[in-house]
Design a protein around this ligand. Structure first.
Ligand SMILES: Nc1ncnc2c1ncn2[C@@H]1O[C@H](COP(=O)(O)OP(=O)(O)OP(=O)(O)O)[C@@H](O)[C@H]1O
Length: 813
């Protein structure tokens, strides 16, 4: 790293404090004076503050600040030239680099904040559209005027929706989709397939589930009807989480009360209507044998992920699916992105094949097939997709017959006449009531900016329900790292490193991994994680824990750290904000809209925050234009820029620029945590490297915004609480800052997993050695300190620990 980073060591008897004179004894560091950050109530900071005061009381020969002097301050670092001070917006000049004026004595005990120096200047003028504070009428809320009864829905279903789900009025997409789907024409040619497109959180799930349930309910009156009839409806979702969620909504619907309150009891007839209507989930979570047994019994409505469904279609003879009347492809664009095109084709062929076989069996009167079934009733397919890209249109061409496009926006704009037109002009936009914000954050500050943002969002919504916040990160390793970092580090973390025998193996035994962690930095908050590499039971437990958190404990907020796996379809109640710490590497503006769509659902409010690097300054304008498409209406979509200083000030509190010191202290506590254990260091390095790899996968059309050569590798390391970039990156030949060709080299190497692995392994080996010397240096520094040495800034050692020749020798050894 080339920017004068100084290791600000926090040892218990740091000479810095004693050198700072009497004031250090009284005032201590800013964290000791940080009684209650402005942004938090007394309760909310209790843990954090008590952690700090415990640490303070541990210090030998130092006084704990008293209540009478909570704001006394230690001597501040010498500022040489106010115009050249550390600043987010400008280049800084490290004080010690400046020549001291003749005759002046240079302060030896001098710590500088590396976090706020050498950051690139952020150009505020090219930062996207002008802020807009106007609030719009919610675009995905239930409609004021329409009623469900006017749409042809069975009164039993209407009563059930009202009493069990508190749903009285349809949303725009439901008003548009229910009439054609509920209408069952006698002429099979009129039974058209449907292409459904609408905004996030607008109630698409009920748009296809209600017609299915209403269609199947009357079949319960057939004398022979029981679950052995087989599968009559299949809903395919791209992920297990989404399939489980749809299955839960379906089960809620199937607990239908079948008799209106005032009707004469006819218990036997009404229970028969639904008793056979069993739903099942097929996602590969259970063993094949168990799934086969359930299929043999019969599952009239099935929710499945594509791979497992095709597997059973091909291999499970008892899977009775020949009479299937409904097929739903939910999140079809995502299915295509995940490479399920051939699987879907295989499923459609499998269903057609099974139907032919069942018909044949019925004609030949073999097997279980019953007479009286209406084989002319063709299967209807519903395809839901946010976008109508080429690949989705191709899938629609394969899967849909004579499709009808239903788009809530078009219906609202009285464009029903053009429903059969190619829908390419329909844009996928976020709900209008969503407040979209972004902040341009120097890369070095990303970690503390995230903490500050979470703190302020949590503090703002300390209502009885707490806040729910989803944070998107680039990759699974980054999610794991941040989750462990938030859960284990504290302001107390010291550099008391475990004695190491040099084998590089962490000395702590593996522990049971919990579902959530808590952090003193995020008071009354539980932190969950979600990514595709977690076992299914952990993934589902994390989602339900996050969704439930506020119900279990009043005033508990919850944060979900996740990858893009959580961007689609998940309907988690009352998510207050979505934070995109890393912008999507795949899917561009569409993925952005899906992610932000986890909040502001069905007419509720919500905030979407994006953390943008200075080199990505063009992104807000770019994403706005993509979302607006041809219908450029500047008032319609705008991202409001919030200065990073405001984010940090709101999160860390304090007067003036005091937030800089607080942010620095938080950063240092993270760095100490990373250094305190080999496993932590490895976690941080892995996250850093995986993040780099993920970043390099931005498509070429976005490289003008997201190019890896624009990133300052040393600064990025800091964002992973590393004090230097892993050597597999910085080692020979990789001149990151200047090298266009080096970037290309990395780009090509990056995709070679063998190279990457051996690089990492080599890197770990080298760093173990570096770590050992670092630890020795730290201990030696501590010994020196006890002997009256001083800690001062210097760039002379590889670890930038100052302290004279003894240390320099030790490090050089
Ligand atoms: N008419 C309605 N009135 C009130 N709430 C509704 C209505 N219809 C659905 N909801 C609720 O709205 C929430 C979002 O619905 P759903 O998950 O189906 O949205 P979606 O359009 O599929 O969103 P996404 O595109 O993000 O998957 C659910 O909690 C659902 O219970």
């Amino acid at each position: 790293m080339d920017d004068d980073i100084v290791l600000n060591l926090d040892t218990n008897d740091s000479p810095v404090r004693s050198k700072l004179g009497g004031s250090s004894k009284k005032g201590g560091r800013w964290t000791e004076r940080w009684d209650f950050p402005l942004a938090f109530s007394t309760n909310s900071t209790e843990d954090f503050c008590s952690a700090r005061s415990k640490r303070v009381s541990k210090r030998k020969n130092e006084d704990v600040p008293t209540a009478a002097e909570p704001h006394s301050r230690p001597t501040k670092r010498v500022r040489l030239d106010p115009s050249k001070q550390s600043s987010i917006q400008g280049e800084s000049v490290a004080p010690s680099r400046a020549k001291p004026a003749e005759g002046t004595i240079r302060c030896p005990a001098h710590i500088i904040s590396s976090l706020f120096s050498s950051n690139p200047k952020v150009d505020a003028t090219s930062a996207g559209p002008a802020p807009s504070t106007s609030t719009s009428h919610p675009s995905n809320a239930p409609l004021d005027v329409s009623t469900l009864s006017g749409l042809g829905l069975d009164p039993l279903l209407i009563a059930h929706l009202d009493s069990r789900m508190s749903i009285q009025r349809p949303t725009a997409i439901q008003r548009a989709a229910l009439p054609p789907l509920l209408h069952d024409p006698s002429d099979d040619a009129e039974r058209r397939d449907i292409f459904l497109q609408s905004q996030t959180g607008s109630g698409k799930t009920l748009s296809f589930l209600l017609p299915i349930v209403q269609d199947l309910l009357p079949l319960g009156r057939l004398s022979y009807m029981d679950r052995s009839i087989g599968t009559l409806a299949i809903i395919i979702a791209p992920t297990r989480e989404l399939a489980k969620q749809i299955s839960d909504v379906l089960e809620g619907l199937l607990q239908l009360r079948l008799r209106p309150e005032n009707e004469t009891p006819d218990q036997a007839a009404s229970t028969r209507l639904t008793r056979w209507l069993v739903s099942g989930l097929l996602t590969g979570g259970a063993t094949r044998t168990h799934e086969k047994a359930r299929l043999r019994k019969g599952l009239p409505i099935l929710v499945a992920t594509p791979g497992r469904l095709l597997d059973h279609l091909q291999n499970t003879t008892s899977f009775n699916v020949g009479k299937c009347r409904w097929l739903v492809l939910d999140e079809a664009d995502r299915l295509m992105e995940l490479g399920f095109e051939d699987t879907i084709k295989g499923i459609i062929q499998g269903l057609d094949g099974r139907r032919r076989l069942a018909q044949q069996a019925m004609q030949e009167e073999i097997g279980r097939e019953v007479g009286g079934w209406d084989w002319t009733h063709r299967r209807r397919t519903i395809l839901c997709s946010a976008t109508i890209r080429d690949d989705v249109q191709k899938l629609a061409g394969t899967a849909l017959t004579n499709p009808l496009l239903i788009n809530a926006a078009q219906v609202d704009n009285d464009k029903e006449a053009s429903r059969d037109d190619p829908p390419s002009s329909v844009q996928f936009t976020p709900p209008s009531q969503l407040s979209q914000k972004y902040t341009v954050v120097p890369v070095k500050l990303r970690l503390v900016a995230l903490v500050a943002l979470l703190r302020s969002l949590i503090a703002q919504s300390q209502t009885s329900e707490g806040a729910k916040i989803i944070v998107f990160l680039s990759c699974t390793d980054s999610v794991d790292f941040h989750w462990r970092l938030f859960g284990s580090s504290s302001m107390e973390t010291t550099l008391d490193i475990d004695e190491d025998d040099g084998d590089g193996v962490p000395k702590k035994a593996a522990e049971d991994v919990p579902i959530f962690v808590t952090s003193p930095l995020l008071p009354n908050t539980t932190v969950f994680r979600l990514h595709g590499s977690l076992p299914t039971d952990i993934r589902l437990a994390s989602i339900s824990g996050f969704a439930r958190a506020s119900k279990d404990s009043i005033e508990t907020s919850s944060v979900l750290l996740c990858t893009s796996v959580a961007s689609r379809g998940l309907d988690l109640p009352l998510v207050r904000a979505v934070v995109q710490c890393d912008l999507p590497t795949e899917g561009g503006a569409t993925e952005y809209v899906h992610r932000v769509g986890r909040t502001a659902r069905v007419g509720k409010g919500g905030e979407a925050w994006s953390i943008v690097a200075p080199s990505e300054n063009e992104w807000p304008q770019w994403v706005t234009e993509k979302m607006q498409g041809d219908t450029r209406d500047a008032k319609k979509i705008s991202l409001v820029r919030v200065p990073i200083e405001d984010v940090l000030r709101n999160g860390f509190g304090g007067k003036g620029r005091e937030y800089e010191e607080r942010a620095t202290d938080v950063q240092l506590s993270f760095e100490r945590w990373v250094l305190s254990d080999k496993a932590h260091t490895e976690l941080a390095r892995k996250a850093f490297l995986s993040h780099m790899r993920a970043y390099a996968t931005h498509p070429s059309s976005e490289k003008h915004i997201f190019h890896i050569r624009h990133l300052h590798i040393g600064h990025l390391a800091k964002a992973f609480a590393l004090r230097e970039a892993p050597r597999s990156i910085t080692a020979s030949g990789h001149k990151w800052k200047s090298g266009k060709s080096d970037t290309a080299t990395f780009g090509s190497r990056k995709f070679n997993s063998d190279n990457a692995r051996s690089n990492i392994e080599r890197d770990i080996g080298r760093n173990m050695d570096t770590e050992r010397r670092m630890q020795e240096a730290v201990r030696a520094q501590g010994r020196l300190a006890k002997q009256g040495g001083v800690l001062m800034r210097s760039g002379e050692s590889e670890f930038q620990i100052a302290g004279g020749e003894a240390l320099a020798k030790l490090v050089r050894r």
